[in-house]
Design a protein around this ligand. Structure first.
Ligand code: S3P
Length: 449
């Protein structure tokens, strides 16, 4: 189990390229595996979570080739960036088997730490004429699956589990379309139902209480599926053949978020975060930070493979506390740990409510971030569905634990930049689930003065 040590070395300045988007990388593997023919995925996130999705489809007989291209930086297609020594760009070639071409896997499919792999696979497996078992690591084994088991069972799948937690044994079969109103705003639930809907005769509909990320909808349309979106309701027409596609995955806003906040809270900093996805269902953090007073500009806005992308320019700014609730919550869902770090350094109180979902992420993120920020001297009150954080000027160095949660580990690494002294974070292997180059980028930015 590795640990990292971080010291405050003053301002962070320069350019960086965050890793490719995790949510889009998962979906690209799933939909191209179900398409008929060859797809190419460029700028794939070569990290543990999406590799679990690749492993699952390989186990079900899909041919997937992974190649590492010389990085676009060294080809001169991108400006020389601080990350020029990052992993070369990963390109995936997939020969999709069509909706009905998957093979029964031998042995259980291991989803590792990845909730997205497990919940989206539940949707796909519900439509297969075989049984399969999905398992995961200790954290995933504690996560609730009832939210997908219920609608998929209504559609006709047989899903066995103990207390609705993994491992799950899924026997698929002939599915019937449903109209499901999800009690949680969850892209994983919505996607699982839409994927199962591909196997139905007729139209499957899912509504959610607030809008969650819409990458599945965008990619299904790119694959030629007939999908309609009306407000918070999405409907998919089943039984269509999926067309193969070539896509370039944008860089991950949720990984960029650590450096967006670092550039704002560390005095004297200025960062340009390149080629980053700014899908409006993901970027609640930008709106919240701007309302808190942050200097953030989006430059070179464009569309890449059906997703909006920009370079994000941030400068050190003073922040004021804010109240966060309602439809901002799902748009910020993975960014709350790092937002709590920003709130710890704002003037006044920040109150987050309506965010109970944080309790069932890779860790209980409400308890985890409250406990670790308190070690750094922050006054934090835990609510059932959120937190109240009192901002202050400086933080104290501390011995921090990650709870095996990548976003807690990286958020606390950024918090450490606001202390005088050295902070050690233990159990940091989890960072590899989403952002293998995190410490390399941070070290380079710290040295680039
Ligand atoms: C994800 C959806 C979100 C998010 C997770 C990735 C996705 O989870 O927290 O990190 O790729 O669909 P929920 O659907 O549980 O909100």
């Amino acid at each position: 189990m590795s640990q990292i040590s971080i010291k405050n070395t003053g301002s962070l300045r320069g350019e960086l390229i965050p890793p490719p988007d995790k949510s889009i990388s998962h979906r690209a593997i799933i939909l191209s595996s179900l398409a008929e023919g060859k797809s190419i995925i460029r700028n794939f996130l070569y990290a543990e979570d999406p590799l679990s999705t690749i492993g699952a489809f390989k186990q079900m007989g899909v041919e997937i080739a992974i190649s590492h291209q010389p990085s676009a930086v060294s080809r001169g297609e991108r400006p020389l960036a601080l990350t020029e020594d990052r992993n070369p760009e990963t390109e995936i070639t997939i020969h999709g088997k069509g909706l009905t071409g998957l093979k029964e896997p031998k042995g259980a499919i291991d989803c590792g730490n990845s909730g997205t792999t497990m919940r989206l696979l539940c949707g796909v497996l519900s439509g297969q004429p075989f049984s399969a078992t999905l398992k995961g690591d200790a954290s995933l084994t504690r996560r609730p699956m009832k939210r997908v088991i219920e609608p998929l069972t209504q559609m006709g799948a047989i899903i066995k589990s103990e207390n609705s937690c993994p491992p799950l044994n899924i026997t698929g079969g002939k599915l019937k379309p449903i109209s499901f109103s999800s009690p949680v705003a969850s892209a994983q639930v919505k996607s699982a139902i839409l994927l199962a809907g591909l196997y139905c005769d007729g139209v499957t509909t899912v509504s959610e209480p607030e809008k969650s990320r819409d990458h599945t909808e965008r990619m299904l349309r790119a694959a030629g599926v007939d999908l309609s979106i009306k407000g918070l309701t999405v409907s998919v027409q089943g039984r269509a053949a999926l067309k193969p596609f070539d896509i370039i995955v944008p860089n991950d806003f949720s990984s960029a978020a650590f450096f967006i906040v670092a550039g704002i809270i560390v005095p004297g900093s200025e960062l340009l975060i390149k080629n980053t996805g700014i899908n409006p269902t993901r970027t609640g953090l930008l709106k919240i930070l701007q309302s808190m007073g942050a200097n953030i500009k989006l430059e070179h806005k464009r569309e890449v493979s059906g997703e909006p992308v920009a370079d994000i320019h941030v400068k050190h700014s003073g922040l004021s506390g804010i109240d966060i609730a309602g439809d901002m919550v799902p748009k910020t869902i993975d960014e709350f740990p790092i937002l709590c770090v920003a709130a710890s350094l704002a003037q006044g109180k920040t109150k987050i409510t309506g965010a109970k979902e944080l309790r069932v992420k890779e860790s209980d993120r409400i308890t985890a971030i409250a406990a670790e920020l308190r070690k750094m001297g922050v006054n934090v009150e835990e609510l059932e569905d959120g937190l109240i954080i009192e901002g202050q000027e400086k933080l104290r160095p501390a011995l921090i634990q990650s709870y095996g949660d990548h976003r807690i580990a990286m958020s606390m690494a950024i918090a450490a930049l606001m202390t005088d002294g050295e902070t050690t974070i233990s159990d940091t292997d989890c960072i590899n689930t989403s952002f293998p180059g995190f410490m390399g980028i941070l070290n380079k930015l710290q040295q680039a003065k």
